[in-house]
Design a binder for this molecule. Structure first.
Ligand code: PEP
Ligand code: MG
Length: 557
């Protein structure tokens, strides 16, 4: 038995045989050609064929994983059409009278060196895309064809790395798990495996020389381990865990379509938190009542430039369309503190968590904010979009926001562009907002309580600091009292109050939140059904007795 420790990028257990995937890399020789025009034509034919392959893959990715998966292939298509790359290849063919295979390989090396020298993770990742395109062209030119990657029986695929196009070619039904020696958790391949819901590991130092081919192995996505040739006891234990996992999943799936209702008949809505539209399939599979928090900043964090209005609109539209009439709460850009975007060139701050973050940044940069507002307002014409503003601490910010929204609406009117009338709510995540929630409630359509920041700011404990873990107590009565107070103030003003911080998923508090009258809990998609289960087993009458609350250290107000 051999254990390899990697990094899990998608949880779950897989048990099966390993197939080591080796890329078939043709030997590239430099050959002197006399007819460079014929060689250029051969290269252009290969480009055309590659374009055809990529389009077929894009269509497949679209069907398997939706637009986000297809977008990865679109990036390849753009790279294949890149004039600089093509000019480099053609110049080498012409000026050196070289064969096309050599020219592609030389141009690839030139661009790879350039990308890898850049101090930017995004551009470094583009190097892998460039390699994929070049290998595809060389395979077509040399007639070696795409690498065989079509296993007959479901296998654990072990590879040095997998490019997104290779991943997209696989039939998910034939793959139990991906394990790669290289790759990063944020790589496109990891993202695709997450979308397919397949346990996956990256950075796993397993040998690729074929010694593991056909061997039985266990992948534990949560622990990040690959166990090869497990002994009987381990195999039996992991098989039992896999059975348990499958049974629990089946039992939870039976809760789809069921209400979130307690034994004593109290109901609550369970929404999903997402950071990306790649998570939409999980939102639907887990039967969310809607999206309660779309952290839009992740759209910015993935890019090297701010997303355009059109790009954002397309993303929001996909969320609205996927949710088919269910509410989609999209939070405006919450950049700052631990979430930094290099292209925003924010000056360093001594205390970034207390600095120019979230709404403060948006109000300071109207161009950035208005682009997002335009996209959100346009998307709201297509379905029930609600806009959520983060890090509000006072009424003045609300007034500034309202002014900017009016300006954006006026501009859309002039241009004759349709927009809806979205609900507009605020995050309650500063103690200031909680304490004046009675005043704020009169000005907005809903509250969403961000317990992650509310805990940090209330207890004066940096949420990022592992050393202060013991002080970061989201069950602290000060936090729970604030939640209760915010909910009461919301209801007095006739608006709804939900919780979207991590505390919402804490099933030990579900009864307390219900007793407080919280209208909705928004949690990561995988937490929805387990939370539904707890709610259906809860009787909130227990939670209303003062004695119970006091014993549990919960607030009595
Ligand atoms: C929160 O603060 O609770 C919250 C939901 O926002 P974030 O975790 O993105 O800061
Ligand atoms: Mg927050």
């Amino acid at each position: 038995m051999e254990l390899y420790q990697g990094k899990g990028v998608c949880g779950g257990i897989a048990i099966g045989r390993i197939q080591v995937y080796k890329k078939s890399r043709p030997q590239i020789c430099r050959v002197h050609v006399t007819d460079t025009d014929a060689e250029l034509l051969r290269y252009q034919n290969a480009r055309q064929a590659a374009a055809g392959q990529l389009e077929a893959l894009r269509q497949k990715a679209l069907a398997d994983t939706g637009e986000e998966g297809a977008a990865i292939l679109e990036a390849y298509q753009l790279l294949l059409a890149d004039p600089d790359y093509n000019e480099a290849v053609e110049t080498i063919i012409r000026s050196e009278s070289a064969n096309a295979e050599y020219a592609v390989s030389a141009a690839q090396n030139h661009f790879l060196r350039m990308f890898e020298a850049m101090d930017d993770d995004y551009m470094k990742a583009r190097a892998a895309d460039m390699q994929d395109i070049s290998e595809r062209l060389i395979a077509l030119l040399s007639g070696s064809g795409p690498a065989a990657l079509l296993p007959g029986e479901p296998v654990i695929l072990l590879a040095e790395d997998l490019s997104p196009s290779e991943t997209a070619q696989l039939d998910p039904a034939h793959i139990l798990s991906f394990v790669t020696v290289c790759g990063s958790p944020a790589s496109h391949t990891a993202i695709l495996s997450g979308m397919l819901g397949i346990p996956a590991l990256v950075q796993t130092p397993a040998p690729l020389d074929g010694a593991l081919d056909g061997m039985t192995a266990i992948v534990d996505g949560a622990a990040g381990t690959l166990c090869v040739d497990p002994d009987e006891a381990t195999l039996a234990r992991m098989k039992a865990r896999l059975r348990d996992e499958q049974q629990q999943r089946r039992q939870l799936l039976a809760l789809r379509g069921q209400e979130n209702i307690t034994r004593d008949g109290r109901k609550i809505l369970l929404y999903a938190n997402i950071g990306n539209i790649r998570e939409l399939p999980a939102v639907l599979q887990n039967d969310a009542d809607g999206i309660g928090l779309f952290r839009s900043e992740f759209i910015y964090l993935e890019r090297t430039q701010p997303p355009t209005e059109e790009e954002q609109f397309r993303i929001y539209r996909q969320a609205v369309e996927a949710m088919a009439g269910k509410r989609v709460v999209i939070r405006t850009l919450d950049i700052g503190a631990d979430k930094q975007c290099s292209f925003l060139k924010m000056p360093p701050e001594a205390n970034p968590a207390l600095g120019c973050r979230a709404i403060r940044l948006c109000l300071a940069r109207p161009g950035l904010f208005k682009t997002q507002l335009r996209a959100l307002l346009r998307a709201s014409a297509l379905g029930p979009v609600a806009i959520l503003y983060p890090m509000i601490s006072g009424l003045a910010e609300l007034r500034q926001i309202r002014r900017m929204v009016s300006e954006v609406q006026a501009a859309l009117d002039v241009q004759g562009i349709a927009y809806g009338n979205p609900e507009q709510g605020i995050m309650i995540e500063t103690p200031a907002a909680a304490l004046i929630s009675d005043l704020l409630a009169r000005e907005v359509d809903f509250f969403s309580i961000g317990t992650n920041d509310l805990t940090q700011y209330t207890l004066a404990v940096d949420r990022q600091s592992a050393d202060l873990d013991a002080y970061y107590d989201a069950h602290h009565p000060a936090v729970l009292r604030m939640i209760s107070m915010v909910v009461d103030n919301a209801h007095r003003a006739g608006i709804r109050a939900g919780i979207c911080g991590e505390l919402a998923a804490d099933s030990t508090l579900a009864g307390t939140f219900l007793a407080m009258g919280v209208d909705e809990l928004s949690v990561s998609p995988g937490n929805i059904l387990p939370l539904r289960k707890s709610i259906r087993e809860t009787d909130t009458r227990r939670y209303r007795t003062e004695e119970y609350l006091v014993n549990q250290g919960y607030p009595v107000i």
